[in-house]
Design a protein around this ligand. Sequence first.
Ligand SMILES: [Zn+2]
Length: 149
Amino acid sequence: MDIKYDVEHNVLQVDSIDLEPQSRDNNFIGVCSHCNSDVTSMSYHSYKDGMLVAAKCNSCDTIYAIMYDGDWNWQGEEPISYFFDIKNSNDLKVLDSIDKKKLATVFTPAEASAMYAKARGEKYVRQYLYRARKKYTDFKDLFGIQIDI
Ligand SMILES: [Zn+2]
């Protein structure tokens, strides 16, 4: 499994599928395999026929994805080492769904690349993004698509 986690919004991403949290309960859930300290749940997610729980070690801050079947039998766990931001991820999906010709009608290449860079979580030229933001209303008026990056 390819697992990523958005710590701020508690969204797990498994093989590129976003799993919104069912709950954000903080429960003692086990013991850290690195340092033997308590591991506390951060969020619970339905996955296939069971549950995936994102949980964090209270001592070394390792974050785990812990897998259970539908009867809460432990199925396995793995440390999560990849993180993402669901907001950026959604922004990128919006951009990718827009016809490039439409983007080019309203935004200069520099503005468009600043929007993409922001959505990817990369460095961007603020000045170009600010200019682009001023045109979001125009873009919506023209094509009916709301951009919020
Ligand atoms: Zn630990």
